[in-house]
Design a protein around this ligand. Structure first.
Ligand SMILES: [Zn+2]
Length: 206
């Protein structure tokens, strides 16, 4: 006898659908324990004049267009960064602040998500006091990103309370493209980090 049920079980989320180690994958996990090759360079598309990895470009454009309609006025401050550029950024911070302080806020070359082209930093030039500051989380733009970025396939990658897992202090302005399916699943399961979701080591440098 065939039994009809109205409630279909939710199909299990396939955590192996994309690689977490291939830098071309939208699910790649890059952190202080999992670097990518110095020579890796993504396929690039331009969004408002900034280089981003091709898989993230359309979603980022939609996010920015929608935020413009709401008057949030985001500008891209940083998107794809090459290994060489990240080396310059990091050594600049080491020079000005010393290595221990630099490691809390700036990735060593090969350890930055920005080298994948899947990460983007947003600022709000009309209200710049909180650009690149923790207080960005409390601005209208920061609150909107925390609430809505998943709809576009992005996550706020470095959240409060996750520094020991991600290796970084909270960065409410740093978005990472992971695709709508994973962003939705992270939200549904209330999981703050890719490391916890995929059971991948993070935290400080080895
Ligand atoms: Zn960033």
């Amino acid at each position: 006898m065939r039994v009809e049920t109205s409630a279909q079980p939710r199909p299990a989320f396939d955590r192996t659908r994309h690689s977490t180690s291939d830098p071309r994958s939208i699910w790649v996990v890059v952190n202080k324990k999992h670097p990518i090759d110095a020579g890796y360079r993504p396929q690039i598309d331009l969004v408002r004049g900034y280089q981003v990895a091709a898989p993230a470009a359309a979603a980022l454009t939609r996010l920015l267009d929608d935020s413009d309609v709401l008057g949030l006025g985001f500008k891209i401050a940083s998107a794809y960064r090459s290994y060489g550029y990240q080396a310059d950024v990091y050594s600049g911070v080491v020079e000005s602040s010393g290595r221990p302080a630099a490691d809390r806020v700036s990735a060593r070359p090969g350890h930055s998500e920005h080298q994948t082209g899947l990460a983007v930093d947003l600022v709000a030039p009309d209200d710049p006091a909180c650009d690149f500051d923790a207080c960005f989380a409390g601005t209208p733009g920061g609150r909107w990103l925390a609430r809505e970025a998943w709809r576009y396939g992005f996550v706020v990658r470095y959240r409060p309370g996750s520094a020991t897992v991600t290796g970084y202090s909270p960065e409410p302005w740093h978005l990472r493209y992971v695709g709508r399916a994973l962003a939705t699943e992270l939200r549904r399961t209330r999981t703050d980090t890719l490391e916890v979701f995929f059971d991948i080591t993070g935290g400080d440098y080895p």
